[in-house]
Design a protein around this ligand. Structure first.
Ligand code: GLC
Ligand code: GLC
Length: 643
């Protein structure tokens, strides 16, 4: 029986409540038809969660897809999918669901430490990575983001962000079994596994894409495909070019002459979420990921998932509805799975995704970029303003604070914020780009420009932390700058994120230039292989690697011992010194005053600023005592966590 036969989707005559009830019984009937029993433990647990989530899911679905004639059919299919996925979920994951439910704020702890790496670059393959678990544990890592590891095109795959199958591990990395085994090892070591959910696009080699390319109408509707240039031209009038060095505009031409939306590379085809079949299919891929033992999924490129003519096609209201709908599905079928947002956009937009019903966890690209900004300018005005104005979020959510991701650094501060400080956004970005690509006299940085757009003059910066802080150029302040930025990421709240290899000061890797598939993507300069030689030196404090490692360990251990650093609440503290950033973090009865000197010279803070504090404070990082009633002098690039 098709739902259409038995249900009249012309619900306008019914009240909201009646619509909901009608839809609910329709969906439950579809569930019963599959022969499932809702009377056993699994069934009852599902039923309870279904009852909590369904009103919301129905509302969202009706708003997104109400016009679609098969709307309710898709909704019914979705719920059946959620149920089967729940039934297939392994017992230890169901236990995890229960643990998380009992402690929903688990990720707010000051014990949390995130890290990320590429499986192949760090350990060859998944089996190799399992051997590093004891090291991760020893370092204190509790959250591990593995860069995309699913099947993807052989040559260029945008570092795996062009997914050809969400259900097959890339063959050189291992198998799905290896992935589950690794997830289990990690879980036993108290480490959450984080994987990407690359849901804005698939690769052009995904089964759906191949069918679309062959002209199959059902799968052509999975993507944004047009016969001629009329619609592409119309869309491109208002859409930003994300990878202009790859192709201009948002569309590329297919072999049969049609035009397809590709926001990123020409082999990454944007999915068409205005088609409910796409939503349901991707919900299936998401749940299959969850059942491999993934705790957290990184929602890749969230800002781009909904398109509407005449808009920028970024961060549209429907993007939020989609996230909410995906969330409802998860709450039914994989309740402990959490979403992390990857929106590297204007700060207002970044924050708009942060909500328990959307993404409780989010990258903090603003604080990241402004740390670098302050290092270049030696001035803390912008970062201080951002801490005061742009850090507060829902207390049930958390920032991921990082120094470097696997991507470029984009200068995502708000021009209107900068203007208040008499800074011209455009000019300032030009300066920062020049500074970090070593085209500015006296620069300590050794970064490379990425996606230079001659039409706008815009570009972004790539390189490892060591390359951008001056460690690579042997600049005297290099190591201190390195620790300064990590000292901020580790104390500013939420989950700090370490780029694995940074703890021993990994350097830029220029070998990508020799590889045709990578040569045009400068982000690879900041994605080196595991620096084995530096790791070997890490206990030798006469080496740079040893110096960095020792101080990174100090930061990690100091953070773990400081309840004041849990959660997200942060308050800016005026230091009356343009080079010194100040903020206070409070929790568990402890206040931690963070002071960070971005200048190349020592900076003195006068005693007046410490009148309300205890006369004797201790720096949590080094244990050094400070008698603050006589003022505090910070050495060049010093960061203090005073309590
Ligand atoms: C995200 C990833 C980036 C990738 C892009 C397209 O921004 O971090 O590496 O190129 O999405 O998937
Ligand atoms: C992201 C950003 C873009 C960034 C890219 C990855 O989604 O919006 O600015 O550079 O993808 O590099």
């Amino acid at each position: 029986m098709s739902c259409q036969d038995s249900f009249d989707w012309d619900l306008e005559m019914l009240s909201k409540e009646q619509q909901l009830r009608a839809a609910e019984s329709y969906v439950l009937a579809a569930l019963a038809e599959t022969g499932v029993a809702l009377e056993d433990d699994d069934g009852r647990a599902f039923r309870t969660r279904f009852e909590t989530q369904f009103p919301q899911l129905f509302q969202l679905f009706a708003t997104l897809y109400g016009e679609h004639e098969k709307c309710l059919d898709h909704l019914a299919r979705l719920v059946v999918l959620a149920f089967t996925s729940w039934r297939d979920r392994a017992d230890d994951l169901k236990e995890l669901d229960q643990r998380r439910e009992a402690q929903p704020d688990w990720f707010q702890s000051n014990q949390m430490l995130g890290a990320f790496c590429y499986v192949d670059l760090y350990a060859g393959n998944l089996a190799g990575l399992r051997k590093h678990v004891p090291y991760f544990q020893e370092l204190g890592i509790t959250y591990l983001h593995l860069m995309p590891l699913f099947d993807c095109p052989k040559e260029n795959s945008d570092g795996g962000y062009a997914v050809s199958s969400y259900r097959d591990v890339r063959s050189d990395l291992g198998t799905m079994e290896d992935l589950r085994a690794l997830a289990k090892d990690l879980r036993e070591a108290g480490i959450s596994l984080v994987l990407d959910f690359v849901f804005n696009h698939t690769s052009n080699e995904h089964e759906w894409a191949l069918k679309a390319a062959a002209g199959d109408p059902e799968y052509s509707d999975y993507y944004w495909i047009f016969e001629d240039r009329r619609m592409p031209d119309a869309f491109e009038r208002t859409v930003r070019e994300v990878f202009p060095e790859d192709h201009p505009g948002a569309f590329i031409q297919m072999e049969d002459g049609r035009w397809i939306w590709s926001t990123f590379h020409s082999f990454q085809w944007d999915l068409n979420y205005s088609n409910p079949a796409v939503f349901c299919a991707m919900a299936g891929e998401m749940l299959s990921l969850a059942n491999q033992g993934v705790d957290l999924i990184r929602m890749d490129a969230v800002a781009f998932i909904w398109k509407r003519l005449g808009t920028t096609c970024e961060s549209l209201p429907e993007a939020h509805l989609l996230l909410r709908a995906f969330n409802c599905v998860c709450r039914m079928a994989a309740p402990s799975l959490l979403f992390k947002s990857e929106a590297i956009v204007h700060p207002d937009e970044v924050v708009s995704y942060i909500a328990p019903e959307e993404c409780p966890i989010s990258y903090n690209p603003l604080l990241m970029a402004l740390g670098w900004e302050a290092l270049a300018t030696r001035n803390v005005e912008l970062i201080d303003q951002a801490i005061e104005r742009r850090q507060p979020i829902d207390p049930n959510c958390a920032w991921v604070n990082y120094v470097r991701s696997h991507d470029d650094i984009g200068w995502t501060f708000a021009d209107e914020d900068a203007a208040e400080l008499d800074i011209l956004g455009f000019d300032h970005r030009l300066f920062l780009n020049a500074f970090y690509t070593n085209q500015f006299e006296g620069s300590f940085a050794r970064g490379e420009p990425f996606q230079y757009n001659p039409k706008t003059g815009d570009c972004r910066v790539c390189g490892t932390t060591a390359a951008l802080t001056g460690v690579e150029a042997d600049d005297v302040g290099g190591i201190d700058r390195f620790i300064l930025l990590y000292g901020i990421a580790f104390s500013a709240g939420g989950i700090p994120l370490l780029s694995l290899g940074d703890e021993v000061g990994q350097l830029n890797d220029h070998s990508y230039r020799e590889m045709p598939s990578r040569a045009k993507d400068q982000r690879w300069v900041g994605r080196p292989m595991r620096p084995d030689a530096l790791y070997d030196q890490r206990h030798d404090t006469t080496t740079t690697a040893g110096k960095i490692f020792t101080r990174m360990k100090q930061l990690i251990e100091a953070r773990r011992a400081a309840p004041g650093l849990a959660g997200n609440a942060i308050k800016s503290v005026a230091t009356e010194n343009p080079h010194v950033l100040g903020y206070v973090r409070s929790g568990g009865g402890q206040d931690v005053y963070v002071l960070a000197n971005f200048s190349d010279m020592p900076q003195k803070l006068s005693a007046d600023q410490f009148l309300e504090m205890a006369p004797r404070m201790t720096d949590l990082i080094t244990g050094e005592p400070f008698h603050v009633r006589t003022g505090v002098t910070l050495t060049a690039h010093q960061i203090l966590w005073l309590t």
